[in-house]
Design a protein around this ligand. Structure first.
Ligand code: FES
Length: 113
């Protein structure tokens, strides 16, 4: 018998640096959606991966942008991607994470220019 191959995914814990707020993100749930469900005042605009307003930097932990959902290279510079920046409305964590985001600030709408 093989155990662990089909391990059930569990919600992961998200900690916001600065405010210290925490919330849970369900398996395959986008980070920003989980934040909004937890009533976090996350910067946003389009919610569909085209403006870049929801950018955040992952300080600890891992996750991914599910392929094909948004054009990450058009919204983030190479150096930003390398420093852990993600498009939060199109990114899902796979482990507990600590994230740096400017809570309550209006986002920089790069894709809307
Ligand atoms: S809110 Fe526009 S890219 Fe996320």
């Amino acid at each position: 018998m093989v155990f662990g191959l089909f391990k059930k995914k569990e919600p992961v814990k998200v900690t916001v640096k600065g405010t210290g707020e925490t919330f849970m993100c369900n398996p395959d749930e986008m980070l920003m959606k989980a934040a909004l469900r937890a009533k976090i005042d996350w910067p946003l605009s389009c919610k569909v991966g085209s403006c870049g307003s929801c950018r955040a930097t992952i300080l600890e932990g891992e996750g991914h942008h599910p392929s094909g959902i948004c054009d990450v290279p058009s919204l983030l510079k190479k150096e930003e991607i390398e420093s852990g920046m993600v498009i939060a409305c199109q990114w899902t964590p796979t482990t507990d994470i600590t994230v740096d985001v400017e809570i309550g600030k209006e986002g920089d709408k790069r894709g809307m220019i």
